[in-house]
Every structure is written in structure tokens, then in C-alpha cells.
Design a protein. Sequence first.
Lengths: 466, 112
Amino acid sequence: MLRASAAAERVGYPSVSIISSGFMKQAAVVSRGLGLPDMAIAEYPGVPMVDSDEQLRRKVEDELVPAIIRGLSQATGTLSQNEAVAEPAPRDIVFRGTLDEVNEHFQRNFWADGLPIVPPTLARVERFLKFTDRAPDEVIGACPLANRQATVWNVAVNGVMAGCRPEYLPVLLAVVEAVTDPAFKVEDAGSTPGWESMIVVSGPIAKALGFNAGQGVMRTGFQANTSVGRFLRLYLRNIGGFHHAPEGADKGSIGQSFLVAAAENEEAVAELGWQPYSADRGFRTGDNIVTVQSVVAISPPTYSGSENAEEHAALLADVIGQRTCGYWSAVGMVYANWHPLIILGPSIARVFAKDGWSKDDLRQYLYRNVKIKASLAEYYAWHVGLTGFRVNEYVKNGLLPAAYGESEDLEREIPVFQRPEWIGIVVAGDWGRNQSRAYVNNHIQGPPVSKAIRLPGRWTSLLPAA
Amino acid sequence: MNAPMPPSSDGEALFEVVWPLGRSAFETRAPNERLADLSGVTVAELWDYLFRGEDIFPIVREKLRERFPGIKFVTYDVFGNVHGPKQTELVADVPRLLKAHGCNAVISAIGA
């Protein structure tokens, strides 16, 4: 809401923003990031979602309304316009010490993620920069909430810290291009669902850099998958300000730890005659790309055993569709944007292909066969805090497809998956088992965004020497 | 580990390290001047359709009307859900809507 207030302030209107107590720290980071650190705030004490009507009225009358009046009628700060803040230049040495001392310093300043970091020395950063033709000071984008500039230089610095190898830099740069694309809405990466960003690496570069696409694809252990996944969480903490209490903007209520980067088993996909995930994302087969999307929950390991494609589809619809995605589909509806991703085991993909199913056939099956009652969707959404959501109004306003409005009866069943083409399918995991898994997207916060990986001109000579 | 520095007195390698953050991508400014009196002003309500704003805004209206004669409200439904599917477009349109509705001040809610 501070973004709406800031839009008003920028064109001359005084504003006050109502913020509940638990969001006050985040509000301070957001305000600073918007360049308006002294924006007027009226605090709602406590948690409105658990207050009785009577408690809510008393709090509004006794505390909120006086704070609103103060916010609109009394000056809140003394900052002069465009006040400059002195900060280190990229090559400035900000600390000197032993490995332990460096780690202590970084943890104390909220520049690390709780794990030891590799000290970002100038020499290490420069080794990374050999793997791009881009200028170190190139600004890739801004990274709200803290709203700091994402540059080639600080991508390399954080890559060093996360334990990446220098040759991963082109992948890291593409990842940062994806998350700073306004479509990704990285400014909401600190929302209470505590979503994590999931990276999928596609193309021959995945194999060249040693990304695991097979058994244990989402397990820590492979340096490429693990350090690239860690890098993104670390980068969002440092450049976006998404570290948790007491100072940060990460409001994930319970949260989850970072996800290692995934890669698709493109050899298996080619054998099946299916197109790879990169082509699903609008690129050419064989292009090196990354795709980043939010993940708010992960399904159970979903086992399906049959020589018949439809039996696999039915089980996936039940466990991944109904039981895993059903609940969060309501939140996806509220934002009219939702892209669950399925990692489909290679042996299961083979059964689908044998029976003539494409990825699109599976998507269509899930779209047609997984439903939820409209009343249940509103019920789930209300409890999340989305108290203004009404399915029928959304249909009337064109925010949900016509399939959601076949009647106005709230007991009618509506699709869990909003559009079949929004279901991502990546073939990966253990070829020797029959398991799949779903990665539930949050919604408008972190839809899949894909970017090409730009390799340096001397890539083929640099890589073997790395 | 790369050790560009001489070792510390106990023989451990020393590291000179750089800053992992980036320059701020914004310019800082103060909020606008406040209103001396809310009587007779038109207040815009911007709501993200979250956290019981449908219960909170009516009470806010009621109490402000009691205290400030002539205060008017452009209610949140006029602006739409500024945190919903069309949030980017709606927030960008806020300046035009405030002008179009003759607003003098904004209350936005709820969250951060």
C-alpha cells in the first residue's frame, strides 16, 4: 500500500498508510526504498484477521483514527528533498580480516545468509568478470524493496560469496535479469507466504556447467545447482533487502529455505519427441536460458505406477491437482495469475509419450479434471486475508475466464488451474523410479520469467580452463 | 582460498573484501505538506482488498465525519483493488484518478 501512497505523494497529495503492527519494519524498508522514508503511517495494533468485530472497532476508534488524523495533519519528518547518503564504491575495501572475522562482519551487517560465505576479494570478483563481455558497472535493473541497483559487479560479488564458480556468472546474470524484470514483481518477495524463487536452467549450458537434472535434482550437493540457488536468495537479501527480522523486509511468516536450481533432462525429452521446457517458454530448442518463478509450496513425492498414460494423469490430478494445488488455487484466482510447475519423472513421461500424449495433453487433462467449489475458494481466500475476493465479481469484471462463471451458484465447481498453458512441465528426477512433484507458484508475485543466457565471446576457450 | 594479504600474527590468511550491496536506485525526499484542517477536504480511499478493510474503512469514515464537518470520501470501490490483478496499471493511474475526483488527501490500507 505504500506504493500507492508514494504514487500520490509524488504528485503532491498528502497521504497516510494504514499498516498493521507486524508490518511496521517492512514498511520502514519499503518507505526508504521508495525514496520517502518519512511517509506518514497509522498503525493498526495487532492482527486484524484474528480480532473480533468489537476489538476491531475499538482499535480503529481509539488508536487508528487518531493516528490517521496525525498522519494527514502533522509533519512526519525533516528530510530535505533529494538527501544524499554516502555509501561505499564497488571497489572500496570495506573490511580486512581472517575468514572467521570476515564472516562475522558480514553476518553482523545482514550481508550473509547464516551460512559461511566465501570472502569477496577483488581478485575473486575479477576472476568472475572474465566470464562476461558486459561492463562491471552495467546496471541490470533496480531491486525493490530496498531498491538498490543490480549491477554486473554486485552479481559477481554475491556469486563469489555464495560459493559459485566463476564460469557460472552468465547464468547468474540471466537470473538477475529475470528477477529484476518488472513482470516478476520482486518487490513482493517478502510477502507473508514466504515464497522462494525457483530457477530452471535449460539448454546445453546446463550439462556444460555440471547441473544435475537426474536423481536428486532438487537436493543440495551438486555445486552448480546448489550455489546458483543459494546465490539468488543471498542476492535478494542484499540487493532487495529481503532478510528477516529485526531489520529486514522479509515477512515470510514461516518461510522456507532456498531452492537449489533445477535443470531439465533434455536428453530424455528429446528421446520422447517432446519439446523442452525452453521451447515451452517461447525460445528455440537448444537455446541456453534460465526461467525463474516463485514457489510457495511443494507437493508430496507423487508416485504413479501404470503402463497407461491416463492412469498416471488421474493420479497426478488427484495428488498434485486436487490435494496440493487446490488450496492455493484460491489465492491464484484472487490475482488472476498462477503458474504451478510439475517436475515429471522421466519414466512417467515415457509412458505418456508411448501413449501419444504431449505435455499439452497432460495440461489439458489437469485443467478439465481438477475442480474446486467457488464457495471453498472464497473461504480459503478470506482466511489468507484476501477478504474482498468474490468469484462472481471477478468473472463479471473479466478477471477470471468464462469457465469460472457458468452459473452464479457458489456451490458450483470451478477449475483449479486457470489456464492449461500456465501449467509448467519439466522432465527431471530419477529415471529409475516413478515419481513426480509439483512446485506451487504464488501468483502475480513471481510468475515465470525467462531470460537468455549471454555467453562471452571467448566462452569456448575460457570454459575448459576454468 | 585466495589470500592477497600477508597472514595475521597467528599465521591465518587475511582477506580484504568489497561491499556486497549496490547503490540506492532512488532519490530521497520528504512527504508533502500536511493539511491544517481536515474539515471540508475530500479524502481518497485506496485499498488492497486485504485484511478487513471492508470493516475498517466504514468506521474510519464515521469517526472522521463526526470530527471534521464537510469531510468527503471517494470510497475504495471507485479506485478498484490497487493490489489485485491490475495493481501496476491502477497504481500508475492513481494521480489521474485523484485529480479527476477532486481529492485533497489519501488514506491507503492495509499492509506494507
